[in-house]
Write a protein of this length. Structure first.
Length: 318
């Protein structure tokens, strides 16, 4: 009887040392626009598609930028806004797919009160599949100089997007002005607070609504950015899609949501705040008045191949 140490008697189909001809399921991460070449036998893939985050609002009580839209097909995980995972996608065997990576909303640079720029869409297409598109995050709201408890002509609400931008601080918290998120991609922005010096709401995150600004009076507190979501599609758990924090005058600036959201700035003493983190789709933090504002973070596309080319197959390698 020959020894089976280091091998097997079943032709290598199942055994301690048997290997797949193509190893484990191939995972490709794209941080810039380009093609993804799948293996010759691949006909089914999972994906994570995250759009660019929105930029933070600029000027008094600017809202945080919303996270880029977050779409995920990995079983046991979720898409944005608390939605269940989407379905895996069938493709033509061995197809070349195209990943388009959305840039974050550019930092606003202007002399007035301004909403943050929205993020740009990310997508996955090709191979006979219907394109998977995630929508860029909404820019944070920008507020005016009047402290009346109602919207003024200078107030600019948070913008809608994958996740919505936070409401600016000088808007009446009961009035419209929150950027809304898209179902299946993200969450709404938070409420701003009208006070002697307003504070902005946090941008919506993939996993949670942006925080509301609080503590009426001077100083106030900006809202925290909404939390992102964790995915293990690459083999390691990584959290992405956090919303940007809302700014304030002298109080506590909002923190960015876990998953790449940027911390907000403050007027006195001056804190500049942060951009959203690259390739997380995080929203930029709101900024009080200093140019330029804070940009959103760029997006990401990850593809995991679920079927492989023909060849020697191993249960152990799956």
């Amino acid at each position: 009887m020959p020894s089976t140490k280091g091998g097997s008697l079943n032709g290598g189909l199942i055994g301690a040392t048997a290997k797949s001809s193509h190893g484990k399921n191939k995972v490709t991460t794209k941080t810039a626009t380009g093609d993804i070449s799948t293996q010759s036998g691949t006909t089914l893939v999972d994906y994570l598609v995250i759009a660019g985050g929105g930029g933070g609002g600029l000027a008094a009580g600017g809202g945080g930028g919303g996270a880029g839209g977050y779409r995920n097909s990995v079983p046991g995980e979720t898409s944005g806004g608390g939605s269940s995972n989407e379905s895996s996608v069938s493709i033509t065997a061995g197809a070349t797919l195209t990943a388009t990576i959305g840039a974050g909303g550019a930092a606003k640079n202007c002399g007035g009160y301004a909403q943050g720029n929205p993020g740009n869409d990310s997508s996955l297409s090709g191979g006979g599949m219907t394109a998977i598109t995630s929508t860029g995050g909404g820019g944070g709201g920008g507020s005016g100089t009047q402290s009346a408890p109602s919207p003024t002509s200078n107030d600019k609400p948070g913008l809608p997007g994958g996740s919505g931008g936070g409401q600016p601080g000088y808007q009446d918290p009961t009035a419209p002005g929150i950027g809304t998120g898209i179902t299946g991609q993200g969450s709404n922005g938070g409420l701003g607070y009208c006070a002697p010096s307003g504070s902005g709401g946090g941008g919506g995150g993939a996993g949670a609504v942006g925080g509301n600004a609080a503590n009426p009076g001077n100083p106030g507190c900006g809202g925290n950015g909404g939390a992102g979501l964790a995915s293990s599609i690459t083999g390691c758990s990584v959290t992405r899609g956090g919303g940007g924090g809302g700014t304030t005058y002298k109080g506590t600036a909002g923190t960015g949501g876990p998953g790449g959201g940027g911390n907000a700035g403050r007027q006195s003493p001056v804190v500049q705040g942060e951009d959203g983190t690259a390739n997380t789709g995080g929203g930029g933090g709101g900024k009080f008045s200093q140019n330029p504002g804070n940009a959103g973070g760029s997006g990401l596309v990850v593809v995991k191949e679920l079927t492989k080319a023909p060849g020697v197959w191993s249960m152990q390698s799956q």
